[in-house]
Design a protein around this ligand. Structure first.
Ligand code: TXA
Ligand code: MG
Length: 325
């Protein structure tokens, strides 16, 4: 059995577990992370085992102060400090050339490493008390990322030593991944620090086409964020309702996951994501986990805008295996 403790009771113990080569789940502002000492190769190997994660998918190294970057990366370009000044701590990971201190297991054999300083104070306290942490999202590989301690427990009970409960994650989708090892800064995964924000700050930012994304960010080629029941994206609320009613007529038990801004769809199974795009991002993973337990098909409303709407749809399309109605 895995223990769940709040930060007050869990931080010191969590730091001891990390220093002894164990695994600790900790909250961040994006999603919960499954952490091990980033400099301890044996500890990092346990992460892959606990998640069932493919060996070729590299991990993000989490830090609590900018000085730690020098131990992790061998070259730190000025663009890093430009982004760090504005968005660190915060929901962004930056890819740099790795230092020799970082085991190859962390970077999946690659020459680059992703570095992130979380906004969440519990995460930074745990790092300060122990070590920079290699940490992926604390879900079973391919499943929906966890935004509460309960989500983590549902996936990883028995696989980790301790879960530190910090409540619900404020952002709700994973960090932006920005690659600064290429000529043009390139967003490999959009997030709450949006492509637009980075473009404004850095002048030019590329958002990679699919083929390049697969080559550069190994994780992108795997199924991700997938609920355990069939999921489709509805391009309009009308399409969502039509798909819902069709499934009902065929004897199914669907649920509509949508923004609570439509009134004419009452009397159906509904999960309300809130009103704004930020609400949508914060609530979407929780909604997908709730939906897969109680229903046999998920129909989720598409958002069509840029910024965070674009970032959250990047995940939602993957949850649905790109299926739309
Ligand atoms: O918000 C987040 O980033 C969360 C929290 C826990 O910090 N972490 C997270 O980690 O989402 P994970 O492992 O689930 O996703 C990391 C992504 C993967 O797609 C991985 O392939 C990519 O970042 N990545 C990591 N290091 C990389 C590198 N050196 N080069 C290219 N892509 C990298
Ligand atoms: Mg993940």
């Amino acid at each position: 059995m895995t223990k769940i403790l709040n930060a007050h009771n869990g931080l010191k113990q969590g730091a001891e577990i990390i220093k002894n080569g164990g695994l600790v789940v900790f909250p961040t502002e994006t999603v919960y992370g499954l952490g091990a000492d980033a400099f301890n190769e044996e500890a990092v190997k346990k992460i892959f085992k606990a998640k069932g994660r493919p060996q070729d998918n590299p991990l993000i190294v989490h830090i609590s102060s900018l000085e730690q970057v020098k131990d992790i990366a061998r070259e730190v370009p000025s663009a890093f400090y430009k982004v760090a000044e504005k968005y660190m701590p915060g929901p962004i990971s930056i890819i740099l050339k790795k230092s020799d201190n970082i085991p190859m297991t962390v970077t999946a054999g690659g020459d680059t490493v992703a570095v992130r300083m979380p906004q969440n104070q519990i995460a930074r306290d745990l790092i300060s008390l122990s070590s920079p942490l290699a940490a992926p999202s604390a879900n079973k590989s391919k499943h929906v990322s966890p935004t509460t301690a309960q989500h983590v427990y549902d996936d990883l009970n028995g696989e980790v030593d301790l879960i530190i409960d910090g409540g619900s994650c404020a952002v709700g989708i994973e960090s932006t991944v920005l690659d600064l090892t290429t000529d043009t800064p390139t967003v490999l995964r959009p997030g709450a620090v949006t492509v637009e924000m980075l473009g404004e700050l850095l002048g030019e930012v590329a958002m990679n086409g699919k083929a390049i994304k697969i080559a550069k960010s190994p994780g992108m080629k795997y199924t991700h964020y997938a609920p355990k029941v069939p999921t489709v994206v509805a391009t309009t609320i009308e399409h969502a309702v039509a798909e819902y009613d069709k499934t009902i007529s065929e004897g199914g038990n669907p649920v509509l996951v949508y923004r609570g801004i439509y009134e004419s769809i009452d009397g159906r199974n509904l999960i309300d994501l809130g009103v704004t795009a930020e609400d949508y991002a914060r609530n979407v993973y929780s909604a997908l986990r709730e939906a897969e337990i109680n229903f046999d098909q998920i129909i989720i409303e598409e958002l069509h805008g840029g910024g965070i709407e674009y970032s959250v749809m990047n995940r939602v399309y993957k949850s649905a295996g790109e299926k739309t109605v």
